[in-house]
Design a protein around this ligand. Structure first.
Ligand code: PPS
Length: 287
C-alpha cells in the first residue's frame, strides 16, 4: 500500500482511497429516500453509533454485530469496498452506510432525496487526541512524531478529511432539515438511554425498555472491545497494527486535558471562536 495520501478537491484522504471512487461517490452514487446515513468527522464516535444503530435494527440482539464486521454492516460509501458492498445490497431494504466526507464532496443525489442523516460531533480537542493515538495504530495514517505535530496539522486542516472546522460548519448548515439528526459524543456519554430513544424516534423504530437496555449493554465500550467484529482484530496487519494501541481506546470526554498545554488550549479556543462564532454555541455542549 502506498503511504502517500490521496488528494481530491484540495482534501487529503487515506492512501487506499482513490480519486475514481471519490468522484463516483460525488457524481454517480444514488442515494435512496429510504437510506440511513451516518456522517462524522473521524474520531467522533462513528463506530459507537454504527454499533448502536446495528443493535437498534436487531432490537438489541447481538447476533448480527457479532457475526458481520462493522465496516460491512455500515460500509463507507467513499471507499472501493463500500461501494461494491452497497451495489450488492440494492435489493435488501433500507440501507445503512457511513461517510467521513465533507459536505461539498458528498453524493449530489442526497440533496434531492429524503434520506436520513445522523451527524455526530465531538469536542475537537478530544478528536485531536484520538487522532494522535490512531496515527500510531493505523498504518494508513501518517504517524505523528509528537502530539504537537498532530495539533499543528489538525489546526491547519492538513489531515485526512480536511479541516474539522470546515467539515462541521458545512454539515451544520443542514441542521434545520427534519431528516437531519445532530448528536454529540459527549451527550451520548452523558445520557445514552435518552439518545438511543432519540435515534429510535428519528428512524421510526419502537423498542421496548428491555430492548433498549440490550442495545446499551451490547454497544458499551467493553462489549465492543470484546467483539472481534468491532475491535479491528480481524483486519489485516497491512492496515492496523494493534501492537501499537487500540482503535477502541479510552472512550471518554476530556482526555484533551491530559495532552494540551495551556498555550495549545488557548490557541485552540481562539481558533474555535474565530471559526465558529456565527453558530449558536449551544450546539457544542462540551468543555
Ligand atoms: S474513526 O476510525 O475515525 O471512524 O473513529 P470513530 O469511531 O469516529 O471514533 C473513535 C473514538 O470513539 C471511541 N469509541 C467509544 N467511546 C465510547 N463508547 C463506545 N462504545 C465507543 N466505541 C468507540 C473510541 O475509543 C475513540 O475515541 P478515543 O478518545 O480514542 O478513545
Amino acid at each position: 500500500m502506498s503511504s502517500e495520501y490521496t488528494e481530491f478537491e484540495g482534501i487529503l484522504f487515506y492512501p487506499f482511497y482513490s480519486v475514481k471512487n471519490l468522484k463516483f461517490c460525488q457524481e454517480e452514487f444514488m442515494v435512496k429516500d429510504t437510506d440511513v446515513i451516518l456522517v462524522t468527522y473521524p474520531k467522533s464516535g462513528t463506530h459507537w453509533v454504527i454499533e448502536i444503530v446495528s443493535l437498534i435494527r436487531s432490537k438489541g440482539d447481538n447476533t448480527w454485530v457479532q457475526s458481520i464486521p462493522i465496516w460491512n454492516r455500515s460500509p463507507w460509501i467513499e471507499t472501493d469496498q463500500g461501494q461494491l458492498l452497497l451495489s450488492k445490497k440494492e435489493q435488501n431494504g433500507p440501507r445503512f452506510y457511513s461517510s467521513h466526507l465533507p459536505i461539498q464532496l458528498f453524493p449530489k443525489s442526497y440533496f434531492h432525496s429524503k434520506a436520513k442523516i445522523i451527524y455526530i460531533m465531538r469536542n475537537p480537542k478530544d478528536v485531536v487526541v484520538s487522532l494522535y493515538y490512531f496515527s500510531k495504530v493505523a498504518k494508513f495514517f501518517h504517524t505523528a512524531e509528537s502530539f504537537s505535530q498532530m495539533f499543528e496539522k489538525f489546526t491547519q486542516g492538513t489531515v485526512p478529511f480536511g479541516s474539522w472546522f470546515d467539515h462541521t460548519c458545512g454539515w451544520l448548515s443542514l441542521r434545520e432539515k427534519e431528516n437531519f439528526l445532530i448528536l454529540t459524543y459527549e451527550e451520548l456519554l452523558q445520557d445514552l438511554w435518552g439518545n438511543v430513544e432519540k435515534i429510535c424516534h428519528f428512524l421510526g423504530t419502537k423498542l421496548t425498555e428491555e430492548e433498549i437496555n440490550l442495545v446499551i449493554k451490547n454497544a458499551s465500550l467493553s462489549a465492543m472491545k470484546a467483539n472481534k467484529m468491532s475491535n479491528y482484530s480481524v483486519v489485516s496487519d497491512e492496515f492496523i497494527d494493534l501492537s501499537q494501541g487500540s482503535v477502541l481506546r479510552k472512550g471518554i470526554a476530556g482526555d484533551w486535558k491530559n495532552h494540551f498545554t495551556v498555550a495549545q488550549s488557548e490557541a485552540f479556543d481562539k481558533l474555535f471562536q474565530e471559526r465558529m462564532a456565527e453558530l449558536d454555541q449551544r450546539l457544542f455542549p462540551w468543555e
